[in-house]
Design a protein around this ligand. Structure first.
Ligand code: ACO
Length: 319
């Protein structure tokens, strides 16, 4: 048996930055409203060539370079996305091809904003059972293509981007993923969904959200997943060095930080610059804090997310 060790991180953000002031020109909204309700100041929006596969590939290349390994070492690619380039083949196999890999396997996972935690959990299981040794876990999203730009209550909230990590089998008592915890409850599926599917031409294909209800569920469900992760490892709030939450809304992030008793400087925040990038938000935030030296070897990192499904979950990682 082995533990899944983190050996590299990488990111990709579209070149185009759209500020709240830019949005004021095309949507009936204001910088003040967006900042106060969400903490968002700007977002990156993808150009046509910046597809989920393109951004995932760039993030993956960065993570492989950071890990100092060749693409050929990768046994599996798990890509969390709700905005795949095509219904099939999976966007993950497009990434596999772009990286020049033709062995092992690659597949997509759909769990909306919890997708990265889900993918990390599956990667961990594959590594622990010895089925694979080295896995690319990626979140890549192009929500600008599924938001309804005529619905101001949702279109201002999202951004595009990709983040990737490389997980590799390591010593069972060494650093790595301590545990992951996944949940879903389909009875709340209509709170946040995309109205459409391939071939269903009567549908809009746009994201629909009951923001207030999501907010109501978010903190209690996230707190439950966090308590579960700590209890499973005999740890307490005081042991957490870093909270890397899904970046949906600054108010939800602040509420979680407060619940854990963490000072703001121990909570990684990118929602101000990236907005909500769904499955990409945790690896983007995590990679930023690893890259700038905030998160260090030995640190205990808590990740948590909630999204459409509803799906939610947590992961505890010893660096
Ligand atoms: N600009 C200006 N005014 C707006 C905008 C906008 N972009 N959007 C809505 N409004 C108006 C509404 O029309 C409403 O006006 P009214 O009072 O005259 O009717 C007013 O602002 C208040 O609207 P609410 O929806 O009640 O605003 P609320 O305080 O609930 O904030 C928000 C909305 C930010 C969406 C909040 O509910 C929220 O953050 N919810 C959680 C959503 C979330 O995090 N989703 C993602 C999680 S899952 C995932 O990541 C996919």
């Amino acid at each position: 048996s082995s533990r899944s060790k983190l050996i590299g991180v990488g990111t990709y953000l579209p070149e185009q930055v759209v500020t709240n002031a830019d949005l004021e020109k095309r949507v009936d909204t204001s910088d003040a409203w967006i900042r106060e309700r969400t903490g968002i100041v700007q977002r990156h929006l993808a150009a046509p060539h910046e597809t989920a596969a393109f951004m995932a590939t760039e993030a993956a290349r960065g993570a492989l370079a950071h890990a100092g390994i060749e693409a050929g070492v990768v046994d599996a690619i798990l890509l969390a996305t709700s905005t795949p380039d095509q219904a099939f083949p999976a966007t993950a196999v497009r990434v596999q091809a772009a990286l020049g890999i033709s062995h092992g396997f690659a597949f997509d996972l759909a769990a909306a904003c919890s997708g990265f935690i889900y993918a990390l959990s599956v990667a961990d299981a594959l590594i622990r059972t010895g089925q694979v040794r080295t896995v690319l876990v990626i979140g890549s999203e192009v929500y600008s293509r599924i938001v309804d730009w005529s619905d101001r209550s949702t279109c201002v909230l999202f951004g595009d981007g990709a983040g990737a990590v490389v997980m590799q089998a390591g010593a069972v008592d060494g650093p790595g993923l301590l545990s992951t915890h996944l949940h879903s409850d389909g009875s709340t599926g209509d709170l946040l969904y995309v109205d459409g599917a391939v071939g269903r031409r009567e549908c809009s294909g746009f994201l629909r959200m009951n923001g207030r209800e999501i907010f109501r569920h978010a903190v209690s469900k996230l707190a439950g997943a966090v308590d579960e992760a700590l209890a499973a490892n005999g740890l307490s709030y005081a042991d957490i060095d870093w909270l890397v939450p899904h970046q949906a809304n600054k108010r939800i992030i602040d509420a979680m930080g407060k619940k854990l008793g963490l000072p703001p400087e121990r909570v990684v925040v990118t929602v101000d610059r990236h907005a909500n990038t769904s499955a990409a938000s945790i690896p983007l935030a995590f990679a930023e804090a690893v890259g700038d030296g905030r998160i260090k070897p030995g640190d205990l990192v808590l990740m948590e997310a909630l999204g459409g499904g509803l799906t939610w979950g947590s992961a505890l990682l010893r660096m």
